[in-house]
Design a protein. Structure first.
Length: 284
């Protein structure tokens, strides 16, 4: 919350002050961790790539058998009103759709829709300049193509990440990697082919934009990536809404490439920044 200015949320059919944004304890999000969400960046009143995020939100709802309570056009109007009422600068809007107020703590009911907006900041310059270190863990998310609120494994691993002196954890199954708890993964092969895992991953919006940008200059592929592929790679990086394109220089104690952020990773970061500027200009 910024200063003493009242911040607003949207709960079901009304705007309320953020400190009054509540759901009943019978909601399946609380009882069973059942629900979906999505999240997008906002700058100077502009929600970046909003249509893409709304489409994914609706697809996640469909996969989890949750009925969207509003048409996407109506939801978009509410989002713009929330942004206007809050008047924040660089921020993020989170859309949550829950399993509803269950009569028995198990059966779904009418979903509850919650929208919140809070300030955020990008990673510091040092992480982009020097890259990050990550560890690996054997795990595949349940319903990986849906953006559910179930982040149990990622949260459980926070302490292990800290103890390892790392910044994040990359999931794999039998040596085939998939994604991070909150980011997508890419490598650059020795022949400059840009590759991202094709299976058991969330189709990230930044992932989509990076693939499109990379395809202009390089060969690209959505294909299986093994741990061996990673250790033989020229570069590695992650992508997400809040991190854009962040270089990875060490994975599970092994140095990637020359141990420095690579040229292609740096170029793709600039491409994404330019694409965001283009999206903002269309809005302006």
């Amino acid at each position: 919350m910024s200063g003493s200015k009242t911040q607003f949320a949207f709960v079901n059919h009304q705007f309320v002050s953020l400190d009054q944004a509540f759901l009943h304890v019978s909601d399946l999000a609380i009882q069973r961790g059942y629900g979906i969400f999505d999240y997008f960046k906002v700058s100077n009143g502009h929600p970046y790539f909003l249509d893409d995020y709304l489409t994914r939100f609706a697809e996640s709802a469909h996969q989890m058998n949750l009925t969207m309570p509003l048409e996407l056009s109506a939801l978009k109007e509410i989002i713009y009103e929330l942004i206007r009422k809050n008047g924040l600068g660089d921020s993020g809007v989170k859309m949550i759709l829950t399993g509803g107020y269950s009569p028995d703590g198990y059966q779904p009911a009418a979903p509850n829709l919650v929208l919140t907006q809070q300030e955020f900041s990008l990673p510091g310059p040092a992480q982009y300049e020097h890259g990050i270190k990550i560890i690996t863990h054997e795990y595949v998310r349940e319903v990986p193509t849906a953006k559910t609120i179930n982040y149990n494994m990622g949260i459980r691993l926070i302490q292990k990440i800290k103890e390892s002196g790392a910044d994040d954890v990359l999931y794999h199954q039998a040596g085939v990697v998939s994604e991070f708890p909150r980011c997508n993964f890419f490598i650059v092969k020795q022949d400059n082919t840009v590759v991202t895992p094709a299976q058991d991953v969330l189709r990230g919006i930044t992932r989509k934009n990076v693939l499109a940008a990379a395809d202009v200059r390089y060969q690209t592929a959505e294909a299986p990536i093994t741990l061996t592929d990673i250790y033989e790679a020229k570069e590695a990086f992650l992508t997400s809404t809040t991190k854009r394109v962040l270089p990875i220089v060490q994975i599970a104690g092994k140095i990637i490439g020359n141990g420095q952020p690579g040229e292609i990773t740096r170029q793709l970061l600039q491409d994404i920044i330019a694409l965001e500027a283009e999206d903002f200009a269309k809005y302006a």
